[in-house]
Design a protein around this ligand. Structure first.
Ligand code: WTA
Length: 669
C-alpha cells in the first residue's frame, strides 16, 4: 500500500461537525442515534435487516427466514421464501403511491439542448414495451442479457425490463474494447446483447455496434442483438435474423401493453457484473434480488439522507456497480428523482457538472475523487459562475479522497458547510459499507468514517511473507453477512470461496487502519488490483495482454501514484532475445492493451528491462517494482532475497531515465 497515503493521513488532523441545519429532519440526525442503531443492529441483525426490508420494499410474499447460512461454503441466502420484483419496486408501486407524475429519471444528453425526462408513469410504459420486445426474442427468466450501452435512458429501461421478466442483466462498460467485452459475454453466455450504433464521447462518435460484430463471431450463445439508434450513424451493418433496431422492435407493442412483473424469489439473481480480480479473468459477481435491492434502498436512504423532493445525481457510469446501485436501483426503489448524464465533465467546457447542478437544482451530488481532482486543476472560475446553492450533500466513491481534493470539494462546491460522505465499498458488497451519515458523523477528510449499522467490519493485522519479504498489513474484513453481499461468482464457486478462505470471513482485498476514535482510513488494495481513476483493473489481466505480443518475454504491471488518476499503470517488460526495444513497440503494446481491455488500462509508462527482479525460486518481487515505479528507491526493503541483486540498479536507472523523458537510455549497458 502506498507510503504516500500513509504519510498524508498521519498528518491529517482536521475534522468537521455535521451541519445543524437539516439535522432534525434527517433520517439519522446524531452520533448518538447512529450508535444506538448500530447497537440494535449488532444485537439482532436479522431483526434489523428484516425490518429494513419490510419498510423499504414491496413484497408479493413475505420471507420465512431473513438469513440462511450454508454450512461450509460461505453461502448466505437472504429473505428466503420471499417473493418480489425489482421493476415493481422501482416503478409500479410508485404509480399508486402518489409519485406517478414525479420525475424518475432526468437525462442530460451530451448536447446541452438534449434533455429527456421520464416520470414514473413514462418509465413504466417504456419498460413494459421493452419487456414485451425482449420476451418476443425469447428472453426468459434466468437468461442473461448483456448491455453494452452508453449512458442513455434506454440502458436504465433495459435493466428494468430484464428485471421485470426475471432475466439477469450483465452490463459491460461501453469504454471496454474487444477483449473486455468478449470475456464478459462469453462468461455470462448471454442470449441477447443490447447495444447502440455508437456512443457520443467528447464530441466524437465512438462506434459500439461495429466493435461488437467481430466479437460476436466468438460468442455462440448470442441469438439476437438489439441496437439503439443513438448517433444516427449511417451504414450500420445489421445481420439478418440476428440484429434488430430497438425502435423497430418496440414499435410492435402498443403503449398500453402492460407486462406483468414476474414474481421472483428473493434469492434469484438480479444481475451479474464483472469486476477485476487477482486473476487474468474477470470475476462475474452475482447479486441476489431481495438482499441487494434491500441494501441498495437502505444505504441510499441513509447515506444520502434521501428525501422525497430531492434531485439526486450520482455521476458514475451505469456500466459500473456504483451506477447500478446509486444511479438506478437505490434511488428508483425509493421513488426518488435520479439524474443521468451522457457526457464527460470537461466537454465542451469543464463546467458541465456545475451547469447540470444549477439547471436541475441538484441537491445531492455523488462523484469520484478523480473527477474532483481533474476539475480542481482547471480552476475555480468554472465553478464560480454557477449557482450551486441547491446542494445539500456531497459524496465520494471509488478511491480514497486525498485531503487536497477533499478541501477543494468542500470549499468550492460545498460552501465550506456541506457534508461530504466518503463511501467505501466494492462491486462485491453491493452498496456502501463504511460511510459517513451526513447529519450524524463528524467528518475527517480522507476517512470513510465508520461502518454503517449492521456492518461488522474490522481489521486483521497480519504479518505476511509476500515476495519473500515480511510486511505488516491490516486487512479490512467483514465478519457478519449483510444483505448486499454478493451471492456468488458466476459459474465459479471456487473463486467465491477464495474471498473467505484466508480468514473464514469476508476479505475485501483492501488494507485499512482504524484511528483512536474508531475512524477507518482505507489504504488501498492489498491484492494485485490497480485503481485507476476509481476503476478497478487487474494487473494479471494487463500482463496477459502484454505477454501475448510475440516479442515480449515477461511483463510485470504495478500501480504508481498519479496526481489525477490516483493510481496509474506502470509496466515492466522484458523482450525476447534479439528483439530490440523501440518507441513503435511501446506504442504497439499500448494499443494492444487499449484494444483488448480498453483505454483505461493502457499503461502510463512501459519500461523495457533486461531482467525482472526475482527470488531464487523464480518469483517476481513486485513489491520492489512498486516502490521503484513510485520512485521510492531508498525503501526497497530487504534485497537479499534477490537471486541476482545486480538487476536492481539497472531497473532504477531505467526508471529515472523514463521519468526524465529519456527512455532511450533505459538499459544498463
Ligand atoms: C476502492 C467501487 C477508498 C477500494 C464502489 C475497493 C475506495 C475498490 C473507496 C472497489 C473509498 C472504493 N475510499 N477506496 N471511498 N471506494 N474504493 O469494485 O480499493 O469498482 O476495494 O467498487 O475501490 O472497486 P469497485
Amino acid at each position: 500500500m502506498s507510503q504516500e497515503r500513509i504519510t498524508s493521513l498521519l498528518t491529517e488532523k482536521r475534522s468537521y461537525l455535521p451541519p445543524e441545519h437539516g439535522k432534525s429532519a434527517a433520517w439519522i440526525g446524531s452520533q448518538e442515534e447512529y450508535e444506538s442503531i448500530c447497537q440494535h443492529a449488532n444485537d439482532d441483525p436479522e431483526g434489523f435487516w428484516g425490518a429494513r426490508a419490510a419498510q423499504l420494499l414491496h413484497w408479493f410474499r413475505p420471507w420465512n427466514k431473513v438469513l440462511q447460512s450454508g454450512s461450509e461454503n460461505f453461502e448466505y441466502q437472504w429473505f428466503v421464501g420471499g417473493k418480489l420484483n425489482a421493476a415493481y419496486n422501482c416503478i409500479d408501486r410508485h404509480l399508486i403511491n402518489g409519485r406517478r407524475n414525479k420525475a424518475a429519471l432526468i437525462w442530460q444528453g451530451e448536447n446541452e439542448m438534449n434533455v429527456r425526462c421520464y416520470t414514473y408513469q413514462m418509465l413504466y410504459t417504456e419498460v413494459c414495451r421493452v419487456a414485451h420486445a425482449l420476451s418476443s426474442l425469447r428472453v426468459r427468466k434466468g437468461d442473461r442479457v448483456a448491455l453494452y450501452m452508453p449512458m442513455i435512458p434506454e440502458l436504465v429501461i433495459a435493466m428494468l425490463a430484464c428485471a421485470r421478466i426475471g432475466a439477469i442483466h450483465t452490463a459491460i462498460f461501453s469504454g471496454y474494447a474487444e477483449g473486455g467485452v468478449l470475456s464478459r459475454i462469453q462468461d455470462s453466455k448471454a442470449k441477447v446483447v443490447i447495444t447502440a450504433d455508437a456512443a457520443m464521447r467528447a464530441g466524437k462518435v465512438k462506434p459500439l455496434k461495429a466493435n461488437l460484430d467481430p466479437i460476436l463471431e466468438k460468442c455462440p450463445s448470442v441469438a439476437h442483438v438489439v441496437v439503439v439508434n443513438r448517433a444516427r450513424m449511417e451504414n450500420v451493418a445489421m445481420k439478418r435474423n440476428r440484429d434488430v433496431w430497438w425502435h423497430d422492435l418496440i414499435d410492435d407493442f402498443t403503449l398500453d401493453a402492460d407486462f406483468p412483473c414476474e414474481p421472483m424469489s428473493a434469492t434469484d439473481t438480479l444481475f451479474l457484473l464483472h469486476t477485476s480480480g487477482s486473476t487474468g479473468k474477470p470475476t462475474g459477481v452475482m447479486h441476489s434480488l431481495g438482499g441487494y435491492l434491500t441494501y441498495a434502498a437502505h444505504t441510499t436512504q441513509w447515506v444520502f439522507d434521501m428525501r422525497d423532493d430531492d434531485v439526486y445525481w450520482c455521476t458514475a457510469d451505469i456500466g459500473w456497480i456504483t451506477g447500478h446501485t446509486y444511479a438506478v436501483y437505490g434511488p428508483l426503489a425509493l421513488g426518488a428523482t435520479t439524474v443521468m448524464f451522457e457526457g464527460v465533465p470537461t466537454w465542451p467546457n469543464p463546467d458541465r457538472y456545475w451547469r447540470i447542478i444549477e439547471k436541475f437544482r441538484v441537491n445531492i451530488f455523488y462523484t469520484a475523487p478523480t473527477v474532483v481532482r481533474s476539475l480542481m486543476r482547471l480552476g475555480v472560475a468554472w465553478t464560480e459562475r454557477y449557482d450551486l446553492s441547491s446542494l445539500r450533500i456531497l459524496g465520494s466513491v471509488g478511491e480514497p479522497i486525498n485531503p487536497e481534493a477533499w478541501t477543494w470539494f468542500h470549499k468550492y462546491i460545498g460552501r465550506e458547510e456541506l457534508p461530504i460522505v466518503d463511501t467505501w465499498w466494492q462491486t462485491e458488497t453491493g452498496g456502501a459499507m463504511i460511510a459517513a451519515l451526513p447529519y450524524a458523523n463528524k467528518l475527517k477528510p480522507g476517512s470513510a468514517t465508520f461502518p454503517l449499522p449492521g456492518i461488522d467490519a474490522t481489521i486483521i493485522q497480519q504479518s505476511t511473507e509476500e515476495d519473500g519479504e515480511q510486511e505488516q498489513r491490516g486487512y479490512l474484513v467483514i465478519r457478519k453477512p449483510w444483505p448486499g453481499m454478493m451471492q456468488g461468482v458466476f459459474q465459479n464457486p471456487q473463486k467465491y470461496r477464495s474471498y473467505f478462505e484466508r480468514f473464514g470471513i469476508y476479505e475485501s482485498g483492501d488494507g485499512a487502519r482504524i484511528d483512536e476514535e474508531g475512524y477507518y482510513w482505507i489504504l488501498g488494495r492489498i491484492d494485485d488490483s490497480i485503481n485507476v481513476s476509481g476503476h478497478r483493473l487487474s494487473t494479471a489481466e494487463i500482463e496477459t495482454v502484454l505477454t501475448a505480443h510475440p516479442q515480449v518475454g515477461e511483463a510485470a504491471v504495478v500501480p504508481m501514484p498519479h496526481d489525477l488518476k490516483g493510481e496509474a499503470i506502470y509496466a515492466y517488460v522484458t523482450l525476447h532475445e534479439d528483439c530490440p526495444w523501440s518507441e513503435e513497440l511501446r506504442t504497439d503494446l499500448r494499443n494492444l492493451v487499449r484494444r483488448d481491455i480498453g483505454p483505461l488500462a493502457s499503461p502510463e509508462y512501459i519500461q523495457f528491462v533486461e531482467n525482472l527482479p526475482k527470488t531464487c525460486s523464480g518469483k517476481t518481487l513486485r513489491r520492489m517494482l512498486r516502490k521503484i515505479a513510485g520512485s521510492a528507491y531508498s525503501d526497497l526493503g530487504d534485497t537479499t532475497s534477490l537471486a541476482s541483486p545486480a538487476v536492481l540498479p539497472a531497473i532504477i536507472q531505467g526508471h529515472q531515465n523514463l521519468m526524465a523523458g529519456h527512455p532511450e537510455q533505459y538499459t544498463d549497458a
